[in-house]
Design a protein around this ligand. Structure first.
Ligand code: PLP
Length: 466
């Protein structure tokens, strides 16, 4: 989660100095900042230096900007500590961890209504970004195979995404040389909903990405409408274009809170789905998942084979080594919460989001952009004509003085003249904390409203990377 909200501090070249905290003989108290120290220091000293440096980071529980898990229960932390030495790639050495990984993605294939979960194929990844790279690569390779079979060129692939897409898709297009065709969001079409799709796709389109939980606003893109538009396009042109669902957050929310919403493998056009285990999967950072509907959706020539218990284990991943502990934490949560538990955790996040959005929407200063009824994420803008003296960047700075991290940023291309502020409600952001937040918000708005002249210019438009 790189955010340039408060730009990264530029550090002086001077040494890192420590008061002689322990006053032990021989203890180092000065460390060069950018070169490796010449010699050793005591474990307690090194620990204290690192510990004290990160004390200046924000409090993760008050970070209302991130989607990524910041709280797990004690047993999970214990399991984490017992398993952080496991390397996910060592399938041979840790066969049980490998089996558990498979159990997890099979459960997800079932949760996402794969027609035959036993015929699906999936893997864990380091996060949704890696999962999206793998999804995009599979789409690209499938398209290349069918183009080559038809003796047609394969040099100009494109992929169709909303302009509100997460930055990982821009990376995919850049790194793997696929043209990104952005469908701009607008007031009438705030999400990719299939309108005018025929103007964006052609014989070089490897797929269309639908986002379950647009990062800017939390709204779901209607995968069923996108799929229906592609059905019409196929009837008219013969082009059979698959969908990948980027369910980084929503794929672990919609099945529990909106089970009747048809967005997943129930739609035959959906080839693959990813999610972030470390978002609403409720695990600490470092875990994503991807599942393909069936083996045809993942071309065999992308899969590598590693030896596994003297046998053979197929893998498809960008990295080789990767922590295995997060996979075990995910399995822990699947056992611990089950369907009902996930439903109640996600429902309580949604209830806190709805409560907060309702209260914020009722304030004169603000107009809601979304209310948190899809994923528990919502955004608001400053009501037109409310003030000329302050903007949401000023408010963001005021909130930060109380420790609350609530970013303000422009909407994506098509609506980029509108600035919004967004809250992501996660497990651990209780109704009580939400009430404290609201009290601070009201106090800060009253302070800003009482200004008799304009605040100095707020922050320039920040880069938004979520
Ligand atoms: C967070 C997010 C990603 C990137 O996921 P990471 O797990 O942070 O790599 C991709 N797409 C969407 C829609 C997201 O919300």
């Amino acid at each position: 989660m790189t955010r340039s909200h408060r730009s990264v501090r530029h550090e002086p070249e001077t040494s890192v100095e420590l008061n002689p905290l322990f006053s032990r003989p021989g203890e180092s108290t000065i460390f060069p900042r950018f070169t490796l120290p010449d010699g050793e220091s005591l474990p307690g000293t090194a620990y204290q230096v690192v510990h004290d440096e990160v004390m200046l980071d924000g409090n993760s529980r008050l970070n209302l900007a991130t989607f990524v898990g910041t709280w797990m229960e004690r047993e999970a932390s214990q399991l984490y500590a017992e398993t952080f030495d496991k390397n996910m790639i060592d399938k041979d050495e840790y066969p049980q961890t490998a089996l558990i990984e498979t159990r997890c993605w099979r459960m997800l294939a079932d949760l996402w209504n794969a027609p035959d979960p036993a015929a699906a194929i999936g893997t864990s990844t380091i996060g949704s970004s890696e999962a999206c790279m793998l999804a995009g690569l599979a789409l690209k390779r499938r398209w290349q195979h069918s183009r080559r079979a038809a003796k047609k060129p394969t040099d100009t692939p494109n992929i169709v995404v909303s302009s509100a897409v997460q930055v990982c898709w821009e990376k995919f297009c850049n790194y793997w040389e696929v043209e990104a065709r952005y469908v701009p969001v607008s007031a009438e079409h705030p999400t990719l909903d299939g309108h005018d799709l025929e103007r964006y796709v052609d014989e070089n389109t490897i797929g269309v990405v639908a986002i379950m939980g647009v990062t800017y606003t939390g709204a779901y893109e209607p995968v069923d409408l996108i799929s229906a538009a592609l059905d019409r396009i196929q009837a008219d042109t013969g082009l059979d274009i698959p969908i990948h669902v980027d369910g980084a957050s929503g794929a672990m929310v919609a099945p529990f809170l909106q089970p009747d919403l048809v967005w997943d493998f129930r739609l035959p056009r959906v080839a693959s789905i990813n999610t972030s285990g470390h978002k609403y999967g409720l695990v600490y950072p470092g875990l994503g998942w991807i599942v393909w509907r069936d083996q045809q959706a993942l071309p065999e020539d992308l899969v590598f084979h590693v030896s596994y218990l003297g046998g053979d284990m197929p893998t498809f991943a960008l990295n080789f080594s990767r922590p295995g502990a997060q996979v075990l934490l995910q399995y822990y949560l699947f056992l611990r919460l089950g369907f009902a538990g996930y439903r109640s955790v996600q429902a309580s996040s949604r209830d806190v989001a709805l409560y907060l959005s309702h209260e914020i929407g009722a304030m004169d200063a603000f107009t809601l952009w979304s209310d948190g009824s899809d994923i528990p994420v919502f955004a608001w803008q400053l009501t037109d004509g409310h003030t000329r003296n302050w903007n949401l960047h000023h408010l963001s700075e005021r909130l930060r003085m109380n420790g609350w991290l609530v970013p303000a940023y422009p909407l994506p291309d098509g609506l980029s003249d509108i600035t919004v502020q967004r809250i992501v409600v996660r497990n651990g952001f209780t109704r009580d904390l939400a009430a404290s937040f609201l009290a601070d918000l009201k106090k800060d708005v009253a302070y800003l409203d009482a200004l008799t002249g304009p605040m100095p210019d707020g922050q320039q438009k920040e880069a938004f990377h979520h």
